[in-house]
Design a protein around this ligand. Sequence first.
Ligand SMILES: O=C(O)CCC(=O)C(=O)O
Ligand SMILES: [Fe+2]
Length: 223
Amino acid sequence: MAKRLLSSLANFRGNLPSEFHFIPDFFSLSEQRTLLSAALLRLDATGSRRYQKKRKSYIASEGSSSIFLPDGYYEFMEGHYDGVIHNYREMHLTSWPTAEISGLSPVLDRLHSLLPFQTKLDSTQTHLLHLASNGEILPHIDNVSASGHWILGVSLGADRTLRLESCIKPEETVDVLLPSGSVYIQSDSVRYQYKHSILKNRSLGGATGQRISVMIRVSSSVG
Ligand SMILES: O=C(O)CCC(=O)C(=O)O
Ligand SMILES: [Fe+2]
């Protein structure tokens, strides 16, 4: 495990493209918990009533000491055979629950202070993506007509590895371990000329588990 971590850090140091920005420890534990609760509150309000009831009765009988419930309590989609995301649920977020979750506003202010190129919040879109323990994202470039030249991702929950692969020089591959509380930004050449993927959890004694990412993208019309 330690060896794997070291080699991924070495990789990351050696080859990280300059337009990939990474802050491994941006959010404190309590900020992570606040953001995760807010994301789950919004995601849990989507989907079928059957699952909403299932979660309610689980919490009533077991309590909710950990943030994520077991995988079976979420309506994860397998994804189509040709889709890039497998075992996940997601939503487009139109507003954060700042009234319901105390302490959320300052956490969002810190998050939004990271938006590159002094982008205004109203020219961005936010998505929440919840990966099941066995969820994965296959290599892809985000739809170039749907969003602009940078993509920001916050990782919450279980550690995952992000793989970047250059489309121009396929031998240029970088693995970046994304701990909970980390933030990355792919901009310009990385956003357009590298495929990215989130590898499936490998249960080599490492923690497996669910992960939520908060993805912020700039609109395609904004320079
Ligand atoms: O979860 C992530 O960090 C990446 C998500 C992603 O690649 C996407 O939604 O297009
Ligand atoms: Fe993506």
